[in-house]
Design a binder for this molecule. Sequence first.
Ligand code: FES
Ligand code: FES
Length: 226
Amino acid sequence: MTTKRPRFRDQNTSNRKIHLGPACLCLLCVLLLGIEFLFLENAILFESPVRTTISNPVPGNSARAVCETASVKTTVNISVNGSPQQHEIDPRTLLVHFLRDRCGLTGTHVGCETSICGACTVLLDGQAVKSCTLLAVQADGCSVTTIEGLCRNGELHPVQESFWECHALQCGYCTPGMILAGVQLLQSTPHPTREQIAHGLEGNLCRCTGYSHIIDAIQRAASRMK
Ligand code: FES
Ligand code: FES
C-alpha cells in the first residue's frame, strides 16, 4: 500500500502533466498559428502582384496601355495672326502653351492658369478668350489674334499706342491681355464711359494696380478710332 500511493500520485501527477500540458500548448499554438496565418496571408496578398509583374510580364499590360494612350497625338490647324499653323500636339495641350511653345509667340502671358487674371487673353475669331482654360484642339480651324498680331505694317494698334502714351503699364505683365480685352471692348462699345471700361476689363487683373491709367488709355484709343 505504501508503495502504491506514491505511484498513484505520480501517475496522477503525470496524468495531469499529460492532459494539462497539451491543453496549454494547444491554446498557445492556436494563437500563434492564427497570428502566423494572418502574417502569411498579408504577405501573399501584398507580394503576389509584384511577383506576377516580375516573373510573368504580360505583353500589352495595363501600364503599357497607359503609356500608349499618353503618346497619342492629334494635328490641329489654327490661323494665328493670319499665318496658318499646323502642329501635331498632345490633345491636352492648352491654347496658351500652343501659342507660346509651338508658335513661339511669348507675348501671351501665363499668370494664374485658372481663368482669373486674364494675362493669357487672346482673340478667338474676334472674341476675347482666356487661352489658359481653352484646349488648342478647341481652336482647331479657328483664327487667333495675339498681341503680336495687332500691329499692321509696323504701326501699333491705336489701343497699343494709347497704352504707350498714357503710361498704362508698369511691369507690363497684364498688358497684352488688357490691350486685347480693350480691343474687343471697343469693337462692341466704340465710345465707352469709364464705368463701362472698368466693367469691360473686370476679367483682367493688374497686380501693379494701374487701373486708372489703363482706363485713360482705352478712352484715348476710343477717341482715336472715331
Ligand atoms: S493665366 Fe489665364 S486667366 Fe490667368
Ligand atoms: S502693369 Fe504690372 S500687372 Fe499690370
